[in-house]
Design a protein around this ligand. Structure first.
Ligand code: DHB
Length: 486
């Protein structure tokens, strides 16, 4: 039993506490609808919250769309996290569905926040699109790395955010008879750090590794497995991301700020990727065979990048396509198919966004270094390579003893490689082809890993799109319908 009956009663979802709201919403294909929905404002999803601002969720359930009654009791439940940059996320300001636009220090506008169904910094409010499609929407807040309590202790660093999202899922399942929707059809969504957490939530369903953390906050005694996982540009597999980054973007030697990348560092990391990729023993999609550092560029071209450019070009008028091709002469267009070389693709993308190492910086200055801090320490190293080269204020010479456990709790790849029987079996993964926030191999490996163990995966790259973009939300909404048959 994870919580006694006293605390369990604190977790009962009060169905009467809610209001009916009416909004005019635009669906994923651009059509306007009048949506009447029941909105249940912020409530805590754990019995012993450390922070009720962040450990709360809101629920929106459609009642009527264009005057027609909707039976939400059997609808899929879209769990739309709003995490960006591993920072805290909150429902405090939620009005109906969605949240206010946040600015993330060092990163810019947070993805996926708030507002209308129209693009928000190129990104779409999936919560509203799901609601107008007739799905139940749950928007959880979660602790994040910047939180500090009254005694100066940090309480939102790893693994707090994933523990909170799991607790939110447990709360939904614990209240299966009270929260509208089908708890067997929970579909998680998130972008960037939120995409990483979405993937982790899907991969790690019901893992006992989180039990102590969940007990501590009084999470409900229920399953935290989810049906399907959607992740846009997941910033994940962090302990291997520096190596993957140099493999992908390392030929571009100019770092942000204009200084050149240290060639030795870039080459060291790139060679780590060769070993890592071989160790994964993954086969590519579409019968590609074993994925290696040597054939990965060809794999990305064939499987993702050329099809993505083809789709983009096909959608243009003949005149616009001619203009595009005249500007981008590296692309050959034959028989309605785009082909090009890897090096030309890299030049087309241009400058890398991050220095080397991209994630575990020698001065421990990245969001990820901060995410691996403790209650009483600031940012920490999480790779041996950077720890031994640290230039941080109080340099470590090796990673701290608890780091391997934290990495285990934060990386979906481990749960997938051990074929966690309670993982999601349906995966939607998207990435902008110009997104240099992490390596393209990160999401391609995630897709290959779940595909190799028999899961259903729909992974595509958005041609000419950058970080945190979502240009096919209508396809995503339709995909939820397909996988649930609803
Ligand atoms: C996000 C972006 C990053 O480049 C990163 O390293 C971590 C998170 C984000 O947008 O959430």
């Amino acid at each position: 039993m994870r919580n006694g009956s006293a605390s369990a009663s604190a977790l009962v979802f009060d169905e009467d506490d809610g209001e009916e709201l009416t909004e005019t919403l635009v669906d994923a294909s651009g059509t306007t609808h009048e949506v009447v929905y029941r909105f249940h404002g912020p409530r805590e999803y754990v019995a012993h919250p450390l922070d009720d601002t962040h450990q709360s969720l809101v629920v929106s359930a459609p009642v009527k769309i264009d005057g027609k009654a909707v039976d939400a009791s059997t609808a899929p439940i879209v769990l739309a996290n709003a995490v960006g940059a591993y920072m805290p996320s909150t429902v405090e300001t939620a009005v109906g569905v969605g949240q206010n636009q946040l600015q993330l220090p060092g990163i810019g506008p947070a993805p996926g926040r708030r507002g209308d169904t129209g693009p928000v910094n190129g990104l779409v409010n999936l919560a509203k699109l799901a609601l107008v499609a007739g799905y139940v929407v749950v928007e959880p807040g979660a602790r994040g790395r910047s939180l500090v309590d009254a005694s100066g202790n940090r309480y939102g660093t790893a693994p707090a955010a994933i523990v909170d999202l799991k607790a939110a899922v447990r709360y939904i399942r614990f209240n299966a008879d009270r929260i509208p929707g089908n708890t067997e059809w929970i579909v998680s969504t998130g972008t960037s750090a939120g995409g990483a957490l979405s993937a982790l939530l899907g991969a790690s369903g019901d893992s006992s590794l989180y039990d102590d953390h969940l007990d501590k906050i009084g999470a409900a005694d229920a399953s935290d497995a989810i049906f399907a996982t959607a992740a846009w540009c997941p910033i994940t597999d962090l302990e291997h991301a520096d190596a993957a980054y140099e493999w992908n973007w390392g030929d571009n030697v100019t770092q942000p700020g204009g200084t050149p990348v240290d060639p030795t560092v870039s080459a060291d990391l790139k060679s780590q990727f060769t070993e890592y990729q071989a160790g994964l023993q993954l086969d590519g999609l579409d019968g590609f065979g074993p994925l290696t550092a040597d054939n990965y560029a060809q794999y990305l071209l064939e499987t993702y990048l050329q099809p993505s450019a083809t789709k983009h070009l096909k959608a243009l008028s003949d005149a616009d396509r001619a203009v595009y091709l005249a500007k981008n002469t590296f692309i050959s267009w034959d028989d309605g198919r785009a082909t090009f070389a890897w090096d030309d693709y890299l030049s087309h993308v241009g400058a890398r966004k991050k220095p080397a190492p991209a994630f575990d910086a020698f001065d421990a200055s990245t969001p990820e270094n901060d995410e691996f801090g403790t209650a009483t320490t600031g940012a920490r190293h999480f790779t041996a390579y950077s720890a031994t080269r640290s230039t941080a204020a109080s340099p470590a010479t090796s990673i701290d003893g608890d780091i391997p456990t934290l990495l285990r709790l934060m990386n979906p790849m481990h749960f997938i490689s051990e074929k966690n029987p309670h993982r999601s079996r349906h995966w939607w993964i998207r990435l902008g082809a110009n997104d240099t926030d992490t390596s393209l191999t990160v999401s391609a490996n995630l897709a290959a890993a779940v595909h190799n163990i028999g899961d259903d995966v729909d992974h595509a790259y958005y041609w000419d799109q950058g970080h945190a973009t979502n240009i096919d939300p209508n396809d995503f909404i339709a995909w939820i319908g397909e996988i649930t048959g609803s």
